[in-house]
Design a protein around this ligand. Structure first.
Ligand SMILES: *Cc1c(COP(=O)(O)O)cnc(C)c1O
Length: 348
């Protein structure tokens, strides 16, 4: 990559191995089901996540939308965390395109809904009410420092869902970050949910794409829904070739990103004017807050980091910034960022 970009792990360029695999990929028309590379990626993702079948989709947002459209009908309700990506960051697709009412619930520091509140949110059969149909979950939780939620939470949700004929979808955009942090197999979590969407294009470095997995019937319906929302792609094996490397190889190295994020958090904790608790950093996301008396505002700081150091960081909310580690971030970059912030925030 040609810049030091901490804004997100979505900024990652494909690796040299990906570019080579993309150039050499066997392809066909995937809407006819004839692209061998796409089919290989779908099969491999399904196997890795312990489901019967997979579907290559253009983005995480599209994977989550398709899952919701298959699981729920117009007039149904989806229970989800108030900070869930599906609620906050997907342009309201559940409601806009699905006619599905979101039912946001408060979450704890890891992004977990309270189980009693989930139970209490499930509605009976009453003509006044939307029909409870779906529980939407997320792991790692992007709205909570990329927290990794352990399998037991999903087991508890499964027990609740089973009692009320609800479906569970997991937005696993960064599922492999979560399982790397937890030291468990993805299936320890995915076995408790009906469908899962994973992103290949974040910390896993593929240029485009996500995979949605579930049982055969679910994926059969999802394929139709993907066409409905304009997501049927043709010689998409070019993209899936990078996705296979993302899935097979890049999922193995996420611990390196997490170690760098921890190092960054520890460094930032030593900088006067920055507020951060390194203990909450479990994966590759580092959120930090400028003290009330900091000499610069976040936009001023971001501009000076870029002008003076060639570093990009993201502004997350008022006074809070975000730095995300990924394949293209090195230890030297982390040190440059910490030292740059120390210098810029030094009171004169
Ligand atoms: C990035 C992300 C998505 C989907 O993102 P796209 O940009 O549409 O690929 C979904 N959920 C979470 C938690 C994400 O971080």
């Amino acid at each position: 990559m040609d810049t030091i970009d901490f804004r997100s792990d979505t900024v990652t360029w494909p690796t040299p191995a990906m570019r080579a695999a993309m150039a050499a990929a066997p392809v066909g028309d995937d809407v006819y089901g004839e692209d061998p590379t796409v089919s290989a990626l779908e099969a491999r993702a399904a196997e890795r996540l312990g489901k019967e079948a997979g579907l290559f989709v253009s983005s995480g947002t599209q994977g989550n939308l398709i899952a919701a459209l298959v699981h729920a009908q117009r007039g149904d309700e989806a229970i989800l965390g108030e900070d869930a990506h599906t609620f906050c960051w997907e342009a309201g697709g559940l409601a806009v395109l699905g006619g599905i009412t979101p039912r946001p619930l408060p979450t704890d520091a890891l992004g977990q809904m309270d189980l009693a509140q989930v139970q209490g949110a499930i509605r009976g059969d009453n003509p006044h009410w939307p029909r409870s149909r779906l529980i939407l979950t997320e792991n790692s939780s992007g709205g909570n420092h990329g927290a990794a939620i352990p399998p037991v939470y999903f087991e508890a949700l499964r027990a609740i869902a089973n009692g009320h004929d609800l479906r569970i979808h997991l937005d696993g955009a960064r599922l492999f970050n979560a399982t790397t942090a937890l030291g468990c197999e993805p299936t320890a979590i995915t076995r408790s949910v009906d469908s899962v969407s994973i992103c290949l294009s974040k910390g896993l470095c593929a240029p485009v794409g996500s995979v949605l997995v579930g049982d055969r019937e679910f994926i059969h319906q999802a394929r139709r829904t993907r066409k409905l929302v304009g997501g049927g792609m043709r010689q998409a094996g070019i993209l899936a070739a990078a996705g296979l490397i993302a899935l097979e190889e890049m999922t193995q190295r996420l611990g390196e990103d997490h170690a760098l994020a921890q190092r960054l958090a520890q460094g930032l904790a030593s900088v006067p004017g920055i507020e951060i608790d390194p203990a909450v950093v479990q994966t590759n996301m580092v959120f930090f807050t400028l003290a009330a008396d900091a000499p610069l505002t976040p936009p001023e700081l971001v501009a000076k980091l870029w002008d003076g150091y060639g570093i990009k960081v993201g502004i997350y909310s008022y006074r809070t910034l975000r730095a995300v580690t990924h394949y293209w971030i090195t230890n030297d970059h982390v040190e440059l960022l910490v030292n740059g912030l120390r210098h810029l925030l030094a009171q004169s």
